[in-house]
Ligand binder design. Sequence first.
Ligand code: PMP
Length: 417
Amino acid sequence: ASATAASSTGQGAEQRTVPERFTRFDAQPGYQQIAMMRQAADQLGLVDPFFKVHEGTAGATSVIDGQTCINFASYNYLGFSGDPRINQAACDAVARYGTSVSASRVVSGERPIHQELEQALATAYDVEDAVVFVSGHATNVSTLGYLLGPKDLVLHDEYIHNSSLVGAQLSGAKRMSFSHNDPDALEALLARHRHQFERVLVVIEGLYSMDGDIPELPRFIELKQRFQSWLMVDEAHSFGVMGETGLGLREHFDIDPRDVDIWMGTMSKAMAGCGGYIAGSKPLVETLRYLAPGFLYSVGMPAQVAAPSLAALQLMQQEPERVQRLHAISRYFLEQATAQGLDTGKSIGAAVVPVIVGSSASAARLSNALLEQQINVQPILYPAVPEKSARLRFFLSCEHTKTHIDQTLHALARLLP
Ligand code: PMP
């Protein structure tokens, strides 16, 4: 069947046929791709590894389908989500502020808890100010989208997160990628193109979540200074993970935090909440507070989301042994996995360790088989990574034990050819 529509010439207009591909959602390319993937999975006898329901708190263990599993699929790096003290902070915030701030912060949505959280983040980074957005993804989209324009250039690591790509596209700036973690490749681009543009922003991440590796930050700082560009570091996965006390890449490399122009991070990983932040100079943060669309035209962060992240940030500093335990257990995972001959790529063994297994079908099959043994690990499939390097991605938490890891690697060894 095909749809018909009146042309815009008004009354008595002829009826023109519009092809179904322009009217039906199930004829759209995205939906067709999903349907094809489902069909392929069915043919291989695989269970869909996506949208698994976790019935309670997802930490080092999690209940899936009524079964308690060892869980390697959540960003609960410091075990704060589910910590009774963090839960209490959320309950107290609801009791005081209700469940919504009911407006953009710029009008009537501002609450003391926002300012306390932002002040704590600015102090953690040792920079002038910080601002929190309701989503980490929106933080990057809005910050890049607002700060840059068509006369500018964004140079980013080829593995940068989707949110930064979307922000760069929205800005209308010219966009170029350089090889993963390769400052020499960045230098070549800067040498060639810097002078053709007004503002140049280099975007990297503090810990890459597909590979578990980190950039050589001092080299990137040296380049951004030499070529008079801005440097943005997305610390979604490195804040709470890198550095002796979890203060991120600046602590790991012992650099001056002002040498990075834009520190970005999320509350959704180690900080047991939801939302993103930008930390940096006062003029940068003020500009975003008054002008970034994703902040200005969006409701303020709910207090019960802000309060647990503030509590997590404070507890991280009061209990540095959590970060040390995370470091130790991550290193243990990496050492044992490599001793077993598994391909862990370039992971440095800090909270994220991939095990590269080859095809998407093998990764999905292994994930299915491990779940049958109450071990939950997410497969990362093409197109998220190249088909030949599909993987199982292990997220570690300070609450994982050596027994969890021994049991998991033993199960994996028995499943691998
Ligand atoms: N940046 C990076 C590097 C991420 O991995 C993610 C999400 N995993 C985001 C930004 C978006 O953050 P959120 O999920 O908190 O919206």
